[in-house]
Design a protein around this ligand. Structure first.
Ligand code: GSH
Length: 217
């Protein structure tokens, strides 16, 4: 294990640069650090006013970025979580290949439905279809995507499901259909973990503020 805390830049809350913000990719990395018990130090970045030091280490201006052992900074939550798995293999968070993409279409379907202004465009049904397929997976393989143990696929999906719940509840008064019983249980199991509580946005209002310009565009 590294003696120095791992440094990671994550999104600050919209309008509150001193608080943890609403980036699901940043939270995914923080969740991985938490679940692997890796000491880390997070730096909050105000994406509406990116400081020069940040643009030097993240030329595309995106979070998360994480400092690797050789001192270089790297973007992209896929690459970062893979690096952390290789560097800190214990406990393993590897999701078996056959389950690795379970739930991966939920986030794009959620974003399309959230932004939709036409209730007949099929975007709600497309999201329900994706949630139903997760529900069926959890019914036969749960409680997590890979069974009893949480793994990388859950840590990727958890922040996205949180955004889905908060944003669709607020902007559309929408909630997950009641017959999909396994999905809410799964969400409760994820959201009640210490790792999630320690890494979630500072308040639901920051999730709403983050989506507002996209919903109103
Ligand atoms: N594929 C990237 C996506 C990262 C991303 O889109 N981050 C957003 C915040 S959630 C960002 O930094 N956007 C730049 C900006 O808003 O200026 C990952 O998985 O890390």
């Amino acid at each position: 294990m590294a003696s120095e805390p791992v440094e990671v830049c994550v999104k600050a809350a919209v309008g509150r640069p001193d608080l943890l913000g609403d980036c699901p990719f940043s939270q995914r990395v923080l969740l991985t650090l938490e679940e692997k018990n890796i000491p880390y130090q997070s730096k909050l970045v105000d994406l509406s006013n990116k400081p020069d030091w940040f643009l030097k280490i993240s030329p595309e201006g995106k979070v998360p970025v994480l400092k690797y052992e050789d001192g270089t900074w790297h973007p992209d939550s896929d690459a970062i979580t893979q690096y952390l798995e290789e560097k800190f293999p214990d406990p393993s968070l590897v999701t078996p290949a056959e389950f690795a993409s379970v739930g991966s279409k939920i986030f794009p379907a959620f974003v399309t439905f959230l932004k939709s202004k036409d209730s007949n465009d099929g975007s709600e049904q497309a999201l329900v279809n994706e949630l139903r397929s997760l529900n069926e997976h959890l019914e036969s393989h749960g409680p997590f995507i890979n069974g009893e143990k949480i793994s990388a696929a859950d840590l990727s999906l958890a922040p996205k499901l949180y955004h889905l719940k908060v944003a669709l509840g607020y902007f559309k008064g929408w909630s997950i259909p009641q017959d999909l019983t396994h999905v809410p249980n799964y969400m409760n199991a994820l959201f009640s973990r210490e790792s999630f509580k320690n890494t979630k946005p500072a308040g639901e209002e920051y999730v709403i503020a983050g989506w507002k310009p996209k919903v109103e565009a």
